[in-house]
Design a protein around this ligand. Structure first.
Ligand code: HEC
Ligand code: HEC
Ligand code: HEC
Ligand code: HEC
Ligand code: HEC
Length: 480
């Protein structure tokens, strides 16, 4: 699952015991390896739906009414559990999340209202289908429009248009809303007759294609797949075994880890509503890797679940020889395994998300012989680190963090589902060196770099949490 490409890193010289120690690092490296795919050209007739570039639709094609969307409280009156699980989660802040807000306002300013409406098709489908976005100033929008992905968004989706749509796959909010106060769409199972409102079953609620409607982001003007979590999942063993997004994201982290290990879904029993009968339920936390939730207006509980999920997803390994000779080179491999994510690591918004390995090689007396991946003073990942994510470029090949400018990926390195990525390192040990040598590696994740956040948020930029996902240590004896 991995490739070792050209030797690329500048040889690092560190003075140890007065002797220069040479170190090299081989692997797929930033900027050095262009992502394949090339530059996406602007389409002559970019596809449009009834509400613009977003494919979100109403059954009749006519705009919907604000009253068609109940606030969370209305559903929470009876469905306490689902609301308790959902309150403070990322779906509730999809419109107000300050990172999103700043980026979306920038889109509005630089790319225009139509592009802003395109963003909102996923971040506030109720705003777009009611026509309030983009026409109404932000400060005058009703609360329900700013309330994120409402119960009444997901449970009023009557059908998906994905595969039959213009992109031939789910994405760009390829879903149809058919609001009706008297009827909600529910997954298979449960006692629909017992509900205080009509319930119609929709099999797709149980399937990844439903999530993919919003979690596949296709550039509306050039067709570039900006975010393709669904595509990554689709070619993984999880898709083959019928493990859907819901089987991990509508499960506790502990259960999701078991699902990933055994490739068997785990049923959770409970009630849809306190008076209902026992059935299979789907906890609504829908947590991913966003551990900054608190800063963004979400809850501490969800942020900590996101941290747990990140920590569950990878394993780090150092492959070393049992002994080396002084005067020779210590060669070792660092391997990152994606053990529990049903898609690549990192996934989605990979031009912002960052994952990297910080590595230290020390002598018995703690002298530093080699290091790699320690953040620079400005908080950026240094050149030469073993890192993962993507660098997006505009049509001219300049680096950009603005989704509307992206026309190509200049670099991309992700660890595929159940796959691994490996880099080789070499540290020269001088003659007379006495061992052993200790190697320590840590795998880190953060939502975005300080540079990216500053470029999208200006003064409102926050300090992203750095989560240690995994670590590994190894010792190698050095013989004379
Ligand atoms: C097809 C649906 C869709 C469209 C269209 C869309 N987004 Fe998103 N956006 C998402 C999803 C899903 C996520 C969460 C992905 C993740 O966290 O990995 C997200 C996350 C983000 C984030 C990161 C928020 C955070 O806290 O980390 C930003 C910023 C953002 N979107 C901006 C935009 C902008 C600006 C546009 C329009 C140019 C846009 N999005 C269009 C679905 C969409
Ligand atoms: C007056 C109480 C009440 C209110 C308010 C209410 N529901 Fe329900 N709902 C129920 C009951 C009772 C059931 C059936 C429970 C069962 O299946 O055991 C149900 C079932 C459902 C189901 C189907 C679950 C399944 O079994 O497949 C969905 C989806 C649903 N409700 C969504 C909503 C949404 C969305 C709202 C807010 C717009 C809402 N409900 C408001 C009482 C209510
Ligand atoms: C992001 C989309 C989404 C949102 C938002 C959402 N749900 Fe659901 N809900 C689902 C999916 C998907 C399922 C079924 C999962 C499956 O079958 O695998 C589900 C299942 C249900 C069920 C059936 C019982 C259960 O727990 O599985 C009820 C009742 C329900 N949701 C009510 C609500 C209420 C009330 C809210 C708001 C507080 C809400 N949902 C918000 C997607 C959503
Ligand atoms: C109507 C569009 C929509 C649908 C449907 C939807 N999502 Fe999302 N989802 C979003 C948006 C938008 C965000 C990002 C919000 C933000 O970061 O501000 C998001 C965020 C997430 C995150 C958190 C990402 C992170 O960085 O931590 C997860 C996990 C997630 N969604 C899973 C799902 C799953 C699983 C389903 C299907 C059951 C689903 N979503 C259905 C729009 C949607
Ligand atoms: C086998 C379990 C599993 C399955 C299946 C799965 N995920 Fe995940 N997902 C994870 C884990 C673990 C993480 C945390 C690590 C990470 O961020 O990738 C995660 C993270 C995410 C994130 C946050 C990414 C980020 O860092 O911003 C999103 C969004 C997401 N998943 C969406 C989906 C969607 C959509 C599907 C279905 C197409 C899906 N997931 C299927 C386990 C799973």
């Amino acid at each position: 699952m991995f490739r070792i490409s050209t030797l690329h890193l500048a040889v690092l010289l560190i003075l140890a015991a007065g002797l220069p120690i040479g170190c090299t690092h081989t692997g797929e490296e930033s900027a050095a390896v262009p992502a394949k795919g090339g530059v996406a050209k602007r389409l002559e007739n970019p596809p449009r739906g009834a509400f613009g570039y977003s494919l979100v639709a109403s059954e009749t094609g006519a705009p919907l009414d604000v009253e068609d969307f109940a606030p969370y409280d209305d559903c929470a009156d009876c469905h306490e559990r689902q609301w308790e699980e959902m309150e403070g989660s990322i779906h509730t802040i999809a419109h107000t999340d300050p990172l999103y807000r700043n980026t979306a306002e920038l889109a509005r300013k630089e790319a225009g209202e139509e592009i802003y409406a395109y963003c909102s098709g996923c971040h506030s489908p109720q705003g777009v289908t009611t026509g309030l976005i983009p026409s109404t100033p932000e400060s005058e929008l009703p609360e329900v429009v700013k309330a994120g992905i409402l119960c009444d968004v997901c449970h009023q989706v009557s059908r998906l248009t994905g595969t039959a749509g213009p992109w031939g796959e789910p994405g760009n909010a390829s879903l149809v809303l058919s609001p009706d106060e008297e009827r909600k769409f529910g997954p298979p199972g449960g006692d629909d007759a017992a509900a205080d409102h009509g319930v119609e079953t929709r099999e797709f609620l149980d399937r990844s294609e439903f999530c993919a409607s919003c979690h596949t982001i296709i550039h509306p003007l050039n067709g570039l797949r900006l975010e393709h979590t669904y595509g990554e999942w689709k070619k993984s063993i999880y898709a083959e075994k019928g493990i859907e997004c819901q089987d991990c994201h509508m499960r506790s982290v502990a259960d999701a880890v078991k699902v990933a290990e055994t490739l068997e879904p785990i049923a959770v029993l409970g009630r849809s509503e306190p008076s209902g009968t026992e059935r299979e339920i789907h906890p609504h936390q829908l947590v991913g890797g966003n551990s900054n939730l608190e800063v963004l207006g979400g809850s501490a509980a969800h942020a900590s679940m996101a941290e747990d999920r990140l920590k569950s997803s990878a394993r780090l390994e150092i492959e070393v020889p049992s002994a080396v000779r002084a005067g020779a080179g210590l060669e070792f491999d660092v391997v990152v395994h994606n053990v529990a994510a049903g898609h690549s690591l990192p996934t989605s918004l990979t031009e912002l998300r960052e994952m990297w390995v910080a590595l230290e090689v020390r002598a018995e007396d703690h002298r530093l012989l080699f290091q790699s991946g320690q953040l620079e003073r400005d908080g950026e990942i240094p050149e030469g680190a073993m890192r993962f994510g993507a660098i997006a470029g505009d049509a001219e090949g300049n680096v950009t963090y603005k989704p509307w400018e992206v026309s190509q990926f200049l670099w991309k390195r992700l660890v595929p589902a159940r796959g691994a990525a490996r880099d080789s390192f070499r540290v020269d040990l001088p003659v007379g060196f006495s061992g052993p040598v200790h190697i320590a590696a840590k795998l880190f994740y953060r939502s975005a770099s300080p540079r990216a956040l500053a470029s999208l948020m200006g003064d409102e930029a926050f300090e992203p949490k750095q989560v240690e996902m995994a670590s590994a240590e190894a010792a190698v004896a050095v013989r004379e």
